[in-house]
Design a protein around this ligand. Structure first.
Ligand code: SAH
Length: 329
């Protein structure tokens, strides 16, 4: 039975994340918070400044979606506790995570957190949400243009199959063979967050990879043991991701009443938050291994490494001043 691509991707990733910790030296891939503690520290200070722009609500929800090993939030909280203890006291920690295995890893580092299955389940109130490489794991639909109409891609026996898609959520135009991707869960999250941020205040910072403006093309990829794998073979054995359509998310949040800032390149964003000075300070206090910190910061910011493909996007209350890093963006 052919399975629609988004159903296949949801099933594959649920099995993948339920069964293993994919991060770290022995894992399938690594992420910015696992590369350097300075990443989470900068995001923690971003959240602290954003909290002051919100008028220092107390209590305030501090949330993260897809926290992995809990590294980003642990680093963020350490920086927040040092630099803005009032925010640390006001913050109520909420994590959105579906994998039981990763929840355990998070609990070890963040014992005071409250866990949720879904962003929509976060309690009401002013909130700051962080998410790094969360949206890219959410399931996409793919459509392909054939003979002047859209077909939708299904998966059957490890290969693509196509079925007519007269109701494709796309303009009825495109070049023969053109592929378009639609991430419905990500748009639903952006719309729901937009509505709650507009009504209750706060900001959501998403860091992920993808072009600023979405275009045609197949961006589905599978990573296993740090190498590209077949996305359609052996569901649950590899991490499946797709490029994030930032423009579509900003549109969905704006339609729900929120403001959106960015996307801007991760390298620009992190440099503005002071990543390089933090890396230099870490290097100075870590004799013998100092170069490691500087190299890690360069990896996150250099355009040819992670600095350009990765982007930062903020959705927020329309009355909030421009959040740190997004000035003149
Ligand atoms: N943010 C972390 C981990 C990125 S991996 C880091 O940067 O290191 C993706 C994370 O999202 C994992 O924690 C995974 O379990 C979680 N995840 C994937 N799909 C999810 C979903 N539908 N709902 C909630 N969490 C999800």
């Amino acid at each position: 039975m052919p399975e629609r691509l988004d159903a296949f991707m949801a099933r594959a990733n649920a099995a993948y994340y339920a069964g293993r910790d994919p991060l770290g030296a022995a894992g399938d891939f690594t992420t910015a918070p696992e590369i350097t503690q300075a990443f989470g520290e900068c995001l923690g200070l971003w959240a602290a400044v954003t909290w002051t722009l919100m008028g220092r609500p107390d209590p305030v929800i501090l949330a993260e979606a897809g926290p992995g090993r809990g590294t980003l939030m642990a680093d963020a909280l350490r920086a927040i506790t040092q630099m803005m203890p009032d925010f640390a006291r006001a913050a109520r920690l909420h994590l959105v995570e579906t994998s039981p295995l990763l929840r355990e890893a998070q609990r070890a580092r963040l014992p005071d957190a409250i866990w949720h299955e879904d962003v929509a389940a976060l309690p009401a109130g002013p909130a700051i949400l962080l998410a790094n490489e969360f949206l890219d794991a959410l399931p996409i639909r793919q459509f392909i243009r054939r003979g002047g109409a859209w077909m939708e891609r299904f998966v059957a026996d490890g290969a693509f199959a196509e079925r007519p898609a007269p109701d494709a959520p796309l303009p009825d135009a495109g070049e023969e063979g053109e592929i378009r991707e639609v991430n419905e869960p990500a748009r639903t999250i952006a719309a729901a967050l937009g509505a709650r941020l507009a009504a209750q205040g706060g900001a959501a910072l998403f860091i992920d990879y993808g072009p600023a403006e979405s275009g045609p093309g197949d961006s589905l990829q599978a990573i296993r043991n740090r190498e590209a794998a077949d996305p359609l073979g052996d569901p649950g054995a590899a991490d499946l991701t797709a490029h994030v359509d930032f423009a579509a998310l900003a549109r969905a949040a704006r339609a729900a009443g929120a403001a959106a800032h960015g996307p801007i390149p991760q390298g620009v964003f992190l440099a503005r938050l002071g990543l390089h000075s933090r890396a230099a300070a870490l290097a100075a206090s870590d004799p013998g291994r100092g170069a490691r910190h500087v190299e890690a910061a360069a990896r996150l910011t250099a355009p040819e490494a992670m600095g350009r493909l990765f982007k930062a996007l903020v959705l927020c209350h329309p009355g909030l001043s421009t959040p740190p890093g997004f000035e003149a963006a």
